[in-house]
Structure formats: C-alpha cells, structure tokens
Ligand binder design. Structure first.
Ligand code: LLP
Length: 414
C-alpha cells in the first residue's frame, strides 16, 4: 500500500489521478482514501491484538459522516467531545455503546443526551462536573457511567497549544485530588464508576511521557483497588504523532509493546483514543495555483485554499508538505504558498522550493486530520467539498458549500 504516490509523473491515490478528482469535484477539495483509512485502523487493531482493548476514534480529528461510518464498520468505538459529535456517531450508524465522552465543559443537556443514548462512559474532568452529572442522572432515574480524566502532570514535549497533561493545563482532575474524588463518587447513588482516563497531548513523538503518565495512572488504579474501588477500564488517550516533515513518530508496534508491558497481569480493558494517527496521512487538501506574484525576499504562490480550509500552519506554525500534482521541469523558485484570506497569517507553507505555473494543482499533505474539522467560513468563503476515493471511484462525501449556504441561518433587521 502506497499512500498518495506518483505514477507516470502524476500524484495518485488508489489508482486515481488527483487531476481527475479536481476535474470532477473542483478545488479546493479534501481528498481521502478509504484504503488508507482502513489500513490505519487495521494497523492499530493488529498492534493491540490479544489485549482486551477498544480503539475509540477521536472524532474531532475528522468528523465527516463517511469517515465515522467507515471506522464504525471496522468495529471502532469513538471519543467524542460534544452533543454534535454524538449526533454524528448516531447519524453514521456507529455503536453508541462504544462511545466515551470527553471534554472539560459538558453542558447538562449534553450529559442528558449521552445518558439517553447509552454511551460507554463519560470522562469527568472536575468535581463540579461530577455534581452536575449526578444530578442529571438522578433526574433521569439512571446511573451515569463515569471515568475520571486525571492529569498525570507530565510534559509531553509537544506544541504548547496541544499539550494537555501539564500541571497548568485546564484538562483533567489534579492528580493529587483524584483518589478523593473517586471515593466521593463511589458513594453517589446515581454514579457508576467504570474507569480512568488520561490524555497528555497530541502529535506525540516520544513514548516516554506516555509511559510515565500511564505508570502514574496505573499506580492510582491500584491504590483505588486497595480502597475497594475497582475499575473496569484504563483509557490512555490518543496523541500518537505522524510524520509531517522529518519527525520520527513511534511505530504502533513499539507503542503496543509498551502498553503490553504496562498492562501485563492486569484485568482492566485498555482504551485508546487515537485521532490524527488514524486519519492524518490518509487525506490531502487539493488546491490550485491562482496567481504567481513576485515578492521580496520570496515569491508568492496564491492558491485557492486558505487558512479557513487548513488552519494548522497559521495557528501552530505547523508544517505540511506541499507537492505538485504534476511536477514540472524548470527553474525552482522559493515560494510562500498563501491563500486569498485577508490576514498575513494566511499561509499554507512558507519558503517552499517549487517549480510552478499558474493553474497548477498542489496537494497539501497530512490534511486528513484537523483540516476540515477545524475549517471556518472566514472571509465568507464557502467550505470546500470532501471526496472519498474508494477503489478507483470518487465519492463526494460532503458537497461544496454554496454562497447561499453562507448566510442561510441569518436574517436582516426588522
Ligand atoms: N482524546 C482527547 C481527550 C483529546 O483531547 C484528543 C485531542 C484526542 C484524544 C486525539 O488526539 P490525537 O490522537 O488526534 O492526537 N488541532 C490540533 C490537535 C488538537 C488535539 C486535541 N485533542 C492539531 O491540529 O494539531
């Protein structure tokens, strides 16, 4: 399996030329491969084979119905963070009993929806949230399945905006307070304790912080057991990174080996919440060069996608490979690849060596994760369409927004 790769001088996926996708569906356009998504899921499954475990795909990375549908068919559970994501799982035919509900700010209404749907567990992140959940559950006459997300207070060594397990982070229950909270929760009639949860950050390249954090969490599990509180599962979160440029992310087999060692002789089911690793490299953002413009010190390639389609470079200084769909011969120039949005932060890649002509197609890699799901209509730009390549065919899984869509929810003054 080759991923997005060149055949006869043109970038293809699953035997389909990306220029064909552009002709059929226009640009900008997110292009995903069913085969690559499937292979990524299977790789997780294979790595964890033999361990009692459940993969809960973190929907926030890419919550498109077809993607959720595909993972559901493959047997995945889901990690959600809102009522909207819950609705997407249901609409995509996913198994709600395999859903874990994360997030620091769930509303009573969201808790109610999750309890009514029958999710596997709600990952509670504070004493106040527990109070609300207990009240909602008792009003509904049910017991809420609960797991506390604890903050293991380790440095994951990732971009500060996507580190979540530092002491100062808003996420999770402070490690020192977790045991007391479990004891308090165990005494509440409308709460049923299921497990424990952690997630230390995203785009993790080093396994050591995950091992340190999980070790702390497992020690807490043992301390709770000594107190008579027995947990059914341990959720070690997501966060395994991918290669955007020259990172060397952990092999899933090494990750699984580490987990096997940590879980040797234990009875709890292992849960993992991968997002990026399942979808990131299975998608590109296909875009066309509109104008080339001389600049100082570098030239500009002004393309038809922008920060509203892919926010990661602007928000995190993230680097995404930008490859010509049909590389041409000629003089390499250095370009800032930018969009039409009226912000200096609107760039997709800076200082890229490319041979370009106006009208050329470019593929921005790593756009399967946190691309469409973080998109916006800024500058009143309709959102791009999404296409799933599936065994030689292209299926538009989300139509391009129209201009009318942009203000369909709005009204003028009376
Ligand atoms: N579980 C929880 C509780 C999370 O908060 C996240 C991501 C995940 C799982 C999945 O993490 P992953 O396996 O995808 O790393 N927008 C940022 C990433 C934000 C991640 C937020 N939480 C980006 O584009 O890099």
């Amino acid at each position: 399996m080759n991923g997005f790769h060149y055949v006869g001088g043109e970038l293809h996926v699953e035997g389909v030329a990306l220029s064909t996708v552009a002709e059929r569906h226009g640009t900008p356009c997110y292009v995903y491969s069913r085969e690559l998504l499937t292979a990524n899921y299977r790789a997780y499954e294979r790595a964890l084979a033999g361990m009692p475990s459940l993969v809960c795909y973190a929907l926030k990375a890419n919550s498109s119905l077809a993607v959720v549908d595909l993972f559901g068919r493959l047997g995945s559970g889901f990690d959600i963070v809102s009522e909207g994501e819950l609705a997407r799982v249901v609409a995509a035919g996913g198994d709600v009993r395999k859903v874990v509900f994360s997030g620091v700010g769930k509303s009573d209404r969201e808790m109610e929806a999750a309890l009514a749907a029958g999710v596997l567990c709600i990952n509670v992140e504070s004493a106040s949230e527990l109070g609300h959940l207990a009240a909602v559950a008792s009003r509904l006459g049910v017991r809420a399945p609960v797991s506390f997300r604890v903050n293991p207070e380790v440095d994951p060594g990732t971009h500060p905006y996507i580190a979540t397990g530092l002491r100062e982070s808003k996420f999770g229950v402070a490690f020192a307070e977790a045991a007391a909270l479990y004891r308090h929760a165990a005494a509440l009639p409308s709460i049923e304790i299921r497990g424990i949860d952690m997630h230390i950050g995203s785009q993790l390249i080093d396994l050591a912080p995950i091992r340190d954090a999980a070790t702390r969490v497992l020690a807490l599990v043992d301390a709770l057991a000594a107190d008579g509180i027995h947990l059914g599962h341990v959720d070690v979160g997501g966060g395994i990174g991918i290669r955007y440029r020259d990172e060397v992310p952990p092999a899933l087999d090494d990750y699984a080996r580490m987990l096997r060692e940590l879980f040797r002789g234990r009875r709890e089911t292992l849960l993992v919440e991968p997002g990026r690793r399942l979808v990131g490299d299975a998608g590109v953002l296909l875009t066309r060069v509109r104008y080339l413009k001389r600049g100082t010190p570098r030239d500009f390639a002004i393309v038809d996608s922008a920060m509203n389609d892919l926010l990661r470079p602007s928000l995190y200084d993230a680097w995404h490979a930008i490859d010509p769909v049909r590389p041409r011969q000629g003089e390499t120039r250095r370009y800032d690849v930018v969009g039409p949005v009226c912000e200096s932060a609107d760039f997709l890649g800076l200082d890229r060596a490319l041979v370009l002509a106006e009208g050329d197609l470019l593929a921005i890699r790593g756009a399967g994760a946190y691309a469409m799901s973080m998109s916006s209509n800024y500058n009143s730009r309709p959102r791009a369409c999404e296409v799933m390549v599936d065994g030689g065919d292209t299926l538009e899984i989300r139509r391009r927004e129209t201009i009318a869509d942009l203000y369909a929810q709005e009204r003028r003054l009376r």
